[in-house]
Ligand binder design. Structure first.
Ligand SMILES: N[C@@H](CCC(=O)N[C@@H](CS)C(=O)NCC(=O)O)C(=O)O
Length: 206
């Protein structure tokens, strides 16, 4: 059975949301980052970078959440990762947008304002927060306009990109960021949030 090694953070949630949505049976193995279990010799043999998530499938290990999500889509032959090469590239395009742009800035805010106090690793860096707030707001506006044209992130069909993106966007709730200027993002977020797969994945962290 597929094993997912992870912790209660956004990169791990992407993988769990997608595994649940694809109905792939799996075992979740918690790796406590606060106890630095990700730096143990055994863990570093699975992922030399020492980060979660990692999956173990058929005796092999894979790390990097994007690669894992695409692999899970592939082995499931699911429409969440379309077969048509262009449609598939559109799913990829939006996953990359979140990894490298909007999601990156939301991660910065989450790290500075939420994780730093939890891990007791200093004050939030004001310059990093200002930059992340500025660019996330610009990019949320772009996303909001895109979501006024179609139902889901990559097309009118739900795809891997929606669950991937949701794991970043849900951080806005914890950060108490307003959706007032982004009504289409809010509507989309609520449609994803209420899917059974999301609550099934969340049970690992309750
Ligand atoms: N690019 C990687 C990032 C993985 C990552 O940064 N994981 C964090 C948790 S979300 C982690 O393991 N941090 C612990 C550490 O760096 O010690 C991915 O997408 O999987």
């Amino acid at each position: 059975m597929l094993k997912i090694y992870g912790f209660n953070t956004q990169n791990n949630k992407k993988v769990l949301y997608i595994a649940e949505e694809l109905k792939i049976p799996y075992e979740f193995i918690s790796v406590n980052l606060m106890e630095r279990e990700n730096r143990s010799k055994d863990f570093l043999e699975m992922n030399p970078i020492g980060k979660v998530p990692v999956i173990e499938h058929e005796g092999k290990y894979l790390f990097e959440s994007g690669a894992i999500c695409r692999y899970l889509g592939d082995i499931s032959n699911s429409p969440l990762l379309p077969l048509d090469k262009f449609e598939r590239a559109q799913v990829d395009q939006w996953m990359e947008f979140f990894t490298n742009h909007l999601g990156r800035f939301l991660n910065t805010l989450y790290f500075e304002k939420i994780l730093k106090p939890i891990f007791k690793i200093g004050e939030a860096n004001v310059d990093s927060c200002n930059e992340a707030e500025k660019f996330s707001s610009i990019q949320l506006k772009v996303l909001d306009k895109e979501l006024s044209k179609r139902s889901y992130i990559a097309s009118d069909e739900i795809s891997l990109a929606d669950f991937y993106a949701y794991a970043y966007i849900e951080q806005m709730d914890v950060l108490k960021m307003s959706f007032d200027n982004f009504p289409n993002v809010l509507d989309w977020k609520e449609r994803i949030r209420t899917r059974d797969s999301i609550s099934r994945a969340q049970r690992h962290f309750n």
